[in-house]
Design a protein around this ligand. Structure first.
Ligand code: MN
Length: 239
């Protein structure tokens, strides 16, 4: 998720842009007056497990729509919006920080942030995950919330109190952890926060399996799917 990890993609993109630029210069001198940007630079990262791997907590049908239609849709829309602009040359994190809070770039921010949020979400889950974490993360949860059960109660409360579409996050805040919620596409990384894990609470994340029972979905994800190894990696990177 870091810029470093995106570097090979950037390099390849720059290479392709150069290639496209040379070809364009050779056949169309009008393009000399402005730089040529490669179109469609953002791609849908592979799902870290098969679509049926989160079942029965999250069905293969939900994952197929959520990943294959919604997540892919944000990638496609983002590529469409940045094509031919300098933003097409940025990393995904770069696009998010360059467009946050700018009313005329809200559509780009929303789609870029949703690409990032969903990739982070799929990695926040794993088959046979959930339950209590161990090690440094468990200690920090005890220190921050007074134990795993109060953490779980607080996370569920925040996730269910997010009005309308959004996200619930476990975030590192100084030497403690806190639970945060964001609306629609908004993301902690746009505000300098360091998320450890997230649960998508847009209706498309749970409606096919749980209908309106968001609290049941959140509880089942915490019990069965949360990827504490991913959260521990993010904690180590943030410390
Ligand atoms: Mn979603």
């Amino acid at each position: 998720m870091s810029d470093t990890q995106l570097a090979p993609v950037l390099n390849r993109r720059r290479f392709l842009a150069l290639l496209a630029g040379s070809a364009a210069l050779a056949c169309n001198s009008r393009l000399l007056i402005r730089p040529v940007y490669a179109a469609g630079p953002f791609t849908l990262p592979p799902l870290p497990y098969p679509e049926q791997a989160l079942s029965p907590t999250i069905s293969a049908n939900t994952v197929a729509f959520h990943y294959g239609k919604h997540h892919q849709g944000y990638v496609n829309k983002l590529n469409e919006l940045v094509a031919g602009t300098p933003l097409a040359e940025q990393s995904l994190n770069g696009v998010i920080t360059a467009t946050v809070g700018k009313a005329d770039q809200a559509a780009i921010f929303n789609n870029a942030a949703q690409v990032w949020n969903h990739t982070f979400y799929w990695n926040s889950l794993r088959p046979k995950g959930g339950g209590k974490p161990t090690g440094a993360l468990a200690d920090l949860i005890d220190h921050s919330f007074g134990g795993y059960d109060p953490f779980k109660a607080e996370f569920t409360k925040v996730a269910t109190s997010q009005f309308g579409s959004g996200w619930a996050w476990l975030v590192k805040d100084g030497d403690k952890l806190t639970i945060a919620k964001t609306s629609n596409a908004d993301t902690p990384i746009a505000h300098g926060q360091k998320p450890l894990l997230t649960v998508d609470v847009w209706e498309h994340a749970y409606y096919l399996d749980y209908q309106n029972r968001r609290a049941d979905y959140v509880a089942a994800v915490l019990d069965n799917l949360i990827n504490w190894e991913f959260a521990a990696q993010n904690l180590a990177a943030a410390t």
